[in-house]
Structures are given as C-alpha cells and as structure tokens.
Design a protein around this ligand. Structure first.
Ligand SMILES: *[C@@H]1O[C@H](CO)[C@@H](O)[C@H](O)[C@H]1NC(C)=O
Ligand SMILES: *[C@@H]1O[C@H](CO)[C@@H](O)[C@H](O)[C@H]1NC(C)=O
Ligand SMILES: *[C@@H]1O[C@H](CO)[C@@H](O)[C@H](O)[C@H]1NC(C)=O
Ligand SMILES: *[C@@H]1O[C@H](CO)[C@@H](O)[C@H](O)[C@H]1NC(C)=O
Ligand SMILES: *[C@@H]1O[C@H](CO)[C@@H](O)[C@H](O)[C@H]1NC(C)=O
Ligand SMILES: *[C@@H]1O[C@H](CO)[C@@H](O)[C@H](O)[C@H]1NC(C)=O
Ligand SMILES: *[C@@H]1O[C@H](CO)[C@@H](O)[C@H](O)[C@H]1NC(C)=O
Ligand SMILES: *[C@@H]1O[C@H](CO)[C@@H](O)[C@H](O)[C@H]1NC(C)=O
Length: 282
C-alpha cells in the first residue's frame, strides 16, 4: 500500500514524509499491509503501533485533521484509493477515488478532487460538498491565499485557474505539461514539468528554477510551512529547498527542533498507517 500525506499542521515534517512516499516503488499488487514509511533520520520501526496514542502531545491527537491520499503505484501508474481524514484518533474515508488535496489553509475548508471535479471538505462540520460545476478529472489542486480562486491540474496535465466559485476555468498557457502544481503564500504559481524540474509562472512566461539537481528521480512541490513566508517548498532526493518567484532556490536545513518534530511526526504517522492498513481500501 502506498500513501501520500498532506496535513494541516506540523507542515515541515509531514511534507518531508510526503516526499518519501512519492518515491517510485515496485510492485504492490497484494495488500500486504506493509506501508512503506521510511524515516531518513532514524530508521527504527517498531512492531506494536496498532493502537492510537492516548496522549502524545503532538499534532495528530488534537482537533486537527490530517488528510491522507491513498494510492497504489504499479510501475508508473497510480491507482487512487480515496482520501481519508484523521481526526481525534479516528480515520475515515471522505472521498472515493480522490486524487488531490489542497495545501494548508488557515480556515476549515479544504479542497479536494477526483475524476468528477472539485469538492470542499469542512474540517469542523466534517461535511463534504461538491464545489462548483466543473467535471474535469483533477490530479492537482491549490487555493490562493488572498482570494477564493483555485488552480487545478487536470489529468491531461493542463493547468487552469478556477474562478467564480468553481463555475469558470481559464487555461494557464504558460504551464506546459505539468506534473504537480503549488502556490506560495504570495500566490505565485509553480509547477513541476519535464525531468522533475520546477518552474515558476511569471508574467513573461514560465521560468525554470535554477540551482537544483538536474535529473532527480522524484520531486515534490507544495506550499511551504506557514513559517516560511516567501517562496514554495520543493523536495528532491530527500533534500528540501525553498524556490522563489525570481526563479532562484536555496537548500533548506532543518534545525534541531524541526528534526525532533519530524521524528515524532513519523511515529504518529506510523500509527495512522497501521489504522489504515486495517481498513479495506474499498
Ligand atoms: C532512533 O530512535 C530511538 C528511540 O526512538 C533511539 O533509541 C535510537 O538511538 C535512535 N537511533 C538513531 C540512529 O538515532
Ligand atoms: C515483529 O513481528 C514479527 C512477526 O510477528 C516478529 O518476527 C519480529 O521479531 C517482531 N519484531 C520486533 C522488533 O518485535
Ligand atoms: C509487542 O506486542 C507483543 C505481543 O502483543 C508483546 O509480547 C511485546 O511485549 C510487545 N512489544 C513491545 C515493545 O511493546
Ligand atoms: C500522558 O498520560 C500520562 C498518564 O496518563 C501522564 O503521566 C503523562 O504526563 C501524559 N503525557 C503527556 C505528554 O501528556
Ligand atoms: C475541538 O474543536 C471544536 C470545534 O471547533 C471545539 O468546540 C472543541 O472545544 C475543540 N476541542 C479541543 C480539545 O480543542
Ligand atoms: C457552470 O455554471 C456557470 C454559471 O452558472 C455556467 O456559465 C457554466 O456554463 C457552467 N459550466 C458547466 C461546465 O456546466
Ligand atoms: C496571505 O493572506 C493573508 C490574509 O489575506 C495576508 O494577511 C497575508 O499577507 C498573505 N500572505 C502573503 C505572504 O502575502
Ligand atoms: C530572489 O529572491 C530571494 C527571496 O526573496 C532573494 O533572497 C534573492 O536575493 C533573490 N535573488 C535575485 C537574484 O534576485
């Protein structure tokens, strides 16, 4: 089983986790219920993590919702198994065949998508609703910080801006054959294009971000943690970078506190994954 994680809290840590989960992986044809979480900082995986932690003081056991996008990869193909929400120690499936979740948002509304368009989930009421009237098959979604407009990436790798409460879409011609999209807090649009390279969409067209490895085997992009105001988060070869709208980049170095949070996060995620393993995918 393969899972990719996006969460509403403790972003630094979970984004790195997300990357380790998007690494290519060989056959997972059976539901061998071994999740493949790997901890680059400390690789001690215990056996007995099937119960929910009663009172660890981390992010996961409080009121916050952690979203999990569950999929299986076979070769290059991803088979989506749904989006789950983890809150107060419970995991529930909220969107069948879900393919994308929007990044961290300060309010309780999170956007997500599947083959039938856009949905919005309210983490307080725990209700899911169809958003707007588009019916595209959508594999990437991001919401602007200052407006209610969204960007979507459709299954045919085209990027659109979605306005007017999800009823209108405008093609973003600058983004060509995008694999993943993300916005920064200043609402600059980035995408991963050919050869796992990130680009920023600027007024004069898309610009390739400089200063990064040239042919990484995997790449991950997202809104940065809220503590990083400028630029977007990019990961390749397990190294995080901040990429800027002026098309430059710099490596991001975790401090000791962030490392500790990361380790804790991994342990908490382990628990969620074992809960998921005990839930049938369909
Ligand atoms: C990994 O973590 C365990 C406890 O969680 C600790 O005892 C061990 O020393 C750590 N190993 C490394 C290599 O940091
Ligand atoms: C984990 O469980 C397996 C099978 O139940 C067992 O063989 C193995 O020794 C256990 N490992 C640890 C560290 O307890
Ligand atoms: C793990 O679970 C087994 C069986 O339930 C138990 O015998 C063992 O002591 C547990 N190990 C730890 C480290 O809790
Ligand atoms: C967890 O609960 C135990 C007893 O129920 C308590 O002693 C401990 O301080 C708690 N830990 C945290 C981090 O809240
Ligand atoms: C959880 O959130 C609900 C609704 O926002 C609130 O009423 C409740 O007090 C919160 N509980 C805790 C433990 O923070
Ligand atoms: C969605 O609704 C808008 C406004 O009601 C309408 O103009 C548009 O044609 C609709 N689009 C689709 C795909 O149904
Ligand atoms: C994000 O939006 C908030 C609320 O509109 C605004 O205060 C903040 O400055 C924005 N962040 C950035 C980096 O522009
Ligand atoms: C690009 O932007 C970053 C962040 O704002 C800044 O630190 C850097 O100096 C800029 N580089 C150039 C070449 O403008």
């Amino acid at each position: 089983m393969r899972v990719l994680l996006v969460c509403l809290a403790g972003l630094l840590v979970c984004l790195q986790t997300a990357d380790s989960h998007s690494l290519p992986q060989k056959d997972y044809d059976t539901d061998s219920s071994k999740h493949d979480i790997t901890d680059p900082l400390n690789d001690t995986s215990g056996n007995n993590s099937t119960s929910v932690p009663e009172n660890s003081s981390g992010n996961l056991d409080s009121n916050t919702t952690t979203f999990i996008l569950r999929y299986i990869t076979t070769g290059d193909k991803k088979e989506y198994k749904g989006i789950y929400a983890h809150k107060n120690g419970k995991v529930k499936k909220i969107l069948k065949d879900g393919m994308a979740i929007s990044d961290w948002s300060p309010n309780s509304r999170t956007y997500m998508s599947n083959k039938d368009g856009i949905f919005v989930y309210d983490t307080e009421t725990e209700k899911l609703e169809k958003y707007g009237n588009l019916s595209d098959s959508i594999i990437g979604i991001a919401k602007e910080n200052r407006t209610n407009d969204l960007y979507i990436l459709t299954e045919d790798h085209v990027v659109y801006k979605v306005t007017e409460e999800g009823t209108k879409k405008i093609k973003v011609n600058e983004a060509e054959h995008a694999e993943k999209i993300a916005l920064d807090w200043g609402d600059n649009l980035y995408y991963i294009g050919a050869n796992n390279q990130p680009y920023v969409v600027a007024s004069g067209g898309a610009k390739k971000i400089e200063g990064l490895p040239s042919n990484p085997t995997s790449a991950f992009i997202s809104k940065p943690p809220i503590t990083i105001e400028h630029g977007a988060w990019f990961m390749c070869e397990k190294q995080p970078y901040i990429i800027y709208p002026n098309a430059t980049s710099e490596p991001y170095v975790f401090n000791d506190q962030e490392k500790l949070e990361y380790e804790k996060r991994i342990r908490d995620l382990d628990v969620i994954f074992s809960q998921l393993d005990n839930q049938p995918a369909e």
